[in-house]
Design a protein around this ligand. Structure first.
Ligand code: ZN
Length: 408
């Protein structure tokens, strides 16, 4: 892509992997009174950096637009809460944290993770750019700074006496425009033997499982361990450990510390080696992705068209960003789906961007009994299918669209 420079290394050799065209912002749910006005849309092009291997989109939508009406509270997902609690329990015990320690989280949301440190008696510090969400955290007793994290903020927190034993960054690095500034922020805020624990969706799973719908304007970067190693090494940090996780369609949990403070675990060397063998570090690995996504589109669109021809009624579940990407890129709108249900009261009564499907509470499925429900939030499939046991016992069926179309 001409003129674009890699967000991690600044390199200019960035060939295109997949173009999703111009799409509206995936989290910009509309109020009914906004239906007449024009929706902003932006190009969504995925590229590969041949210098540092980072996969990324080229458009950077100003953060003020993305965060102005941010409707996502992670506490609404039981799966994420259990995941956070298990991680905190392990970190507190393996690192021996106590009332003298400090646990920080970047993009701390409503305190969904830090609440478990607080319950264990460990002082906490959240950094959260959305003021309305930070307020909820403060009300729960989670000290929260309303700001974007980076080198400057980390430096001023450190100067004011905060030094972190652990910094969590769960599903936030993908959203960061200035990656080196963010990584140097870890280096600035950590104690000498502190660690940052970063979770990011894994680009290997994105490609293997055709998770194209996790590509949207808020997600600027799609990481491999190799790409993270390039970034952290340039910013005074070193990889200490890595785990592959099943959450969010496949993620990496990477532990980094200051350079020279503890060598990498065998898992780090093993995964870097595997990535070389898989070819994740070369453009060729990404070459078939666009065709794989086109295949998925054909199979889902034709299934839905068949169901409509048979007179079946179809709704959707999950007014999340990935649902917006899928519906808009595949062109699935009100002619095929009747509405979308979502558990978040902040989303109910609004409309999906672009396709303008209305959003209703999940109870609507039991009242209304559509024949099929397209599961847009397939990353929470187990949890949602269990919650919808009554609907399914009554004959309702779910369509899972990714990595291949399945009816359950
Ligand atoms: Zn690069």
């Amino acid at each position: 892509m001409s003129g674009f420079r890699c967000r991690s290394c600044g390199g200019g050799r960035v060939p295109l992997i997949l173009s999703l065209g111009k799409t509206p912002l995936a989290n910009a749910l509309l109020r009914p009174d906004e239906l007449g006005s024009t929706e902003a849309s932006y190009p969504l092009d995925l590229v590969f950096c041949e210098d540092c291997t980072l996969v990324q989109i080229t458009e950077t939508v100003p953060p003020a637009r993305l965060f102005s009406d941010y409707a996502y509270f992670s506490s609404f997902s039981d799966t994420m809460l259990r995941h956070a609690e298990a991680l905190v329990t392990r970190v507190v015990s393996t690192r021996g944290l106590d009332e003298q320690s400090l646990a920080a989280e970047v993009a701390s949301n409503d305190g969904y993770l830090l609440q478990y440190y607080r319950a264990a008696g460990v002082p906490v510090l959240g950094v959260e750019p959305a003021a309305n969400i930070a307020k909820v955290a403060e009300e729960r007793g989670i000290r929260t700074v309303v700001d974007f994290f980076g080198e400057a903020l980390a430096g001023s927190l450190k100067a004011a006496g905060d030094a972190a034993d652990v910094i969590h960054a769960n599903n936030v690095m993908a959203h960061v425009p200035d990656l080196p500034g963010f990584a140097r922020g870890f280096a600035a805020l950590l104690k000498q033997d502190g660690v940052a624990i970063v979770e990011v969706p894994y680009v290997k799973d994105l490609i293997d499982h055709r998770e194209f719908d996790t590509i949207y304007h808020e997600h600027l970067s799609y990481f491999s361990l190799t790409a993270l190693a390039h970034l952290f090494t340039r910013c005074g940090l070193a990889l200490q450990d890595v785990e592959r996780l099943g959450i969010h369609g496949g993620s990496l949990r990477v532990t980094v510390g200051l350079a020279g403070r503890g060598g990498p675990s065998p898992a780090v060397a093993a995964l870097l080696e595997e990535e070389r063998n898989w070819g994740v570090t070369k453009l060729a690995f990404y070459a078939g992705f666009a065709d794989a996504v086109a295949e998925l589109r054909t199979s889902l669109v034709s299934l839905l068209a068949d169901l409509r021809r048979q007179g079946k009624r179809v709704a959707a579940y999950g007014a999340a960003a990935k649902g917006s990407t899928l519906l808009n890129y595949f062109g699935i709108g009100r002619d095929v789906l009747e509405y979308v249900v979502d558990r978040s009261p902040h989303k109910q009564g609004r409309l999906m961007p672009g396709v303008h499907l209305p959003i209703a509470p999940p109870a609507r499925l039991l009242e209304d009994r559509p024949d099929f429900v397209l599961l847009l939030t397939w990353n929470f499939a187990d949890e949602i299918l269990e919650q919808q046991a009554d609907f399914r016992r009554g004959g309702g069926r779910f369509i899972i669209p990714v990595p291949e179309v399945r009816v359950v």
